[in-house]
Design a protein around this ligand. Structure first.
Ligand SMILES: Cc1cc2nc3c(=O)[nH]c(=O)nc-3n(C[C@H](O)[C@H](O)[C@H](O)COP(=O)(O)OP(=O)(O)OC[C@H]3O[C@@H](n4cnc5c(N)ncnc54)[C@H](O)[C@@H]3O)c2cc1C
Length: 591
């Protein structure tokens, strides 16, 4: 089913980290033609800067950090040979509640001594108010981390219970949970701990916080990721022949079986048709996808109705979009494997960016918060510092390199902008010159369904009021000149208890030429979020190209010796279980 010249045609649906990654690796293969279709006007998926403020300033779908274990994305950035490092240095981060500063995360790599993981984070993280007894109540979680090694078996055991239940049963104190763990899960998994599986929380926390003492050290982008990383990356891929089709939605599929049936029907109408051709074709029940139907997104100038012929199809979309696709495509919903994707869910995120009329002094450029809205996660960022806005005017750096410690729709595709328009140029230079006098602060909310229903004006007022609470009189005196309100209903994958069994693997079983990439795909790599989406893209490209599974992928380091010791001990105890039946798990003791 390849083109007459023997070239492989791959259609990638979705241009987030996952879709761009698979296109990147495939574009290195001289015999492969790649077409990337995305419903949004600009690439990047959840990291896209497709949004504009009423004043024409470009805004992103929230702030995105690059943590210390993002080895593959860092390798990509090196390979792109960009004119400047797009990422900031490392810097301390703050944690606020309505009562003020609650905790400071230091730059763990800068601490005098590198300690075994777990101990380093416990000793160096500065909780300003949380009593030691509450901190100590987290210790039993070590047992769960020792048993949860990221294997399929571990997922099966820990996915059925919520992270909240795990904490309660292991004796974590209420205060420790509310002030440390709940905010972490709300910002890391975008949903409250009682609605997230313990497996997802343990896997995410191990990757982001516990792999090494330095794992939680994070870098941010010196500008919008869309401008600093995706634009030059996409440009390089286009030069290698990748076709990008923006503002265009994949809406249906033609299977090879349907194609053959059509061809046979046409042949039957032809007097010269060989006897029996129709019957032979009717027997051909090939579930593989022969073509992807696409429709331009109204008003966004996308391709009108098109049929993209495909030898391989990569689904690089989030959970809610995949569920919507199955609902709308009988070619997919006939398979039990795909019907289970209809159970996948997304949760809502709200990203705001406020342009203030005066420069604010902020202690930390990246901050997490708790205690403002029950069940809603919250972070805020000093974009002025992270993007180095107004640096030229001041004639000095303000820490965007981290040197001074200050900084080192329908929801199926998950995005709606406040004004929904693409007008204005939103150029960085225009914004920079205005920001020389003022501050730009991003406030993002997670699991934010209860806020998404507010009007833009109400949302801006709420974000500003929360900032006033944390930053005090100077902030309260500042006026909002312009603001982005980016609504992302159902946009981020929701790892609710029991959801792991429904997640797709890299390759579809029922549709032989369909692959899945993105942060919802099961992967043994152990990474999460952007890094995972990027890694699964390489994994899918390897499968399509017939390369070894790990080709071009930087694996995570081995577990530190004491972690390995703990995991080996738990595994040995389980395998030596003397009674009939499965050995109990720490998760079992919870009931
Ligand atoms: C506010 C916020 C903050 C975050 N912070 C961080 C962070 O600090 N660090 C981090 O690593 N991660 C962070 N994340 C998560 C990160 O954004 C995701 O892990 C990552 O972007 C997922 O990439 P993806 O390629 O899997 O999917 P997505 O980015 O969701 O891309 C899917 C793409 O598919 C397209 N699509 C959907 N349906 C169709 C269709 N039918 N036809 C065509 N196209 C379609 C969509 O338009 C979209 O572009 C954050 C996310 C949000 C929302």
């Amino acid at each position: 089913m390849q083109e007459a010249d023997g070239r492989r045609r791959v259609v990638v649906v979705g241009a987030g980290w996952g879709g761009l990654s698979v296109a990147h690796k495939l574009s290195m293969d001289a015999d492969t033609d790649v077409t990337v279709v995305d419903a949004a006007p600009r690439p990047g998926g959840l990291v896209s800067d497709s949004f504009l403020t009423p004043g024409g300033r470009r805004a992103e779908a929230g702030q995105h950090g690059f943590w210390d274990e993002y080895h593959n994305i860092f390798a990509l950035l090196d390979s792109l040979k960009l004119p400047e490092d797009p990422l900031t240095g490392y810097a301390e981060q703050g944690q606020y509640s309505p009562q003020g500063l609650e905790a400071v995360w230091p730059v763990y790599r800068d601490q005098k001594q590198k300690l075994p993981t777990g101990l380093g984070q416990a000793l160096y993280t500065r909780f300003l108010k949380l009593p030691l007894t509450d901190l100590a109540s987290a210790a039993p979680l070590v047992l769960a981390f020792s048993e949860f090694d990221g294997s399929e078996e571990a997922y099966a055991r820990y996915d059925e219970i919520s992270f909240y239940d795990l904490c309660v049963k292991l004796g974590v104190s209420r205060r420790m949970y509310d002030e440390a763990f709940e905010p972490m899960v709300l910002t890391g998994l975008f949903a409250p701990g009682n609605q997230c599986s313990a497996a997802a929380a343990l896997g995410m926390a191990y990757f982001f916080v516990l792999k090494h003492q330095t794992s939680f050290d994070v870098r941010w982008c010196r500008g919008n990721v869309g401008e600093k990383i995706f634009a030059p990356w996409v440009e390089q891929m286009m030069q290698r022949g990748v076709t990008f089709v923006p503002s265009t939605r994949a809406t249906g599929f033609v299977t090879r079986g349907q194609r053959r049936a059509e061809e046979a029907a046409a042949a039957a109408n032809n007097d010269d048709a060989a006897p029996g051709a129709t019957a032979a074709a009717a027997r051909a029940d090939d579930a593989a996808i022969a073509a992807v139907r696409c429709e331009g997104c109204e008003g966004d100038g996308g391709a009108s109705s098109t049929l993209l012929e495909a030898d391989e199809v990569v689904f690089a979309v989030g959970a809610a979009a995949l569920a919507a696709m199955v609902r709308g495509a009988p070619e997919l919903s006939r398979h039990a494997e795909w019907r289970r994707y209809a159970r996948l869910r997304g949760t809502g995120v709200l990203a705001t960016r406020l342009y203030l009329d005066r420069r604010l002094e902020t202690p930390y450029s990246a901050n997490a918060c708790w205690g403002f809205d029950r069940g809603v996660g919250m972070t805020w960022f000093d974009i002025t510092k992270l993007h180095g806005l107004g640096d030229e005017k001041k004639g000095e750096g303000d820490g965007s390199d981290g040197s001074d410690g200050s900084d080192g729709s329908d929801g199926s595709d998950g995005s709606e902008s406040g004004d929904g328009s693409e007008s204005g140029d939103g150029s960085e230079s225009e914004v920079e010159s205005e920001a020389a006098e003022g501050s730009v602060i991003e406030v993002d909310f997670y699991h934010a369904q209860s806020l998404l229903v507010m009007s833009d004006e109400q949302i801006v007022a709420k974000a500003k009021a929360d900032l006033d609470t944390m930053l005090g009189a100077d902030c309260a005196a500042a006026a909002v000149l312009d603001a982005a309100v980016v609504r992302l209903p159902q946009a981020v994958n929701w790892y609710c208890p029991g959801s792991y069994a429904d997640l797709p693997s890299l390759r579809s079983e029922a549709v032989p030429n369909a692959y899945f990439v993105g942060d919802l795909v099961k992967s043994a790599h152990g990474s999460w979020s952007q890094e995972k989406a990027y890694v699964t893209g390489i994994e899918a490209a390897n499968a399509i190209l017939g390369k070894p599974d790990g080709d071009g992928i930087v694996p995570l380091d081995a577990d530190e010796p004491h972690v390995k010791l703990g995991r080996d001990a738990v595994a040995a105890a389980r395998s030596a279980w003397p009674l009939p039946g499965k050995p109990p798990s720490f998760a079992d003791f919870l009931f």
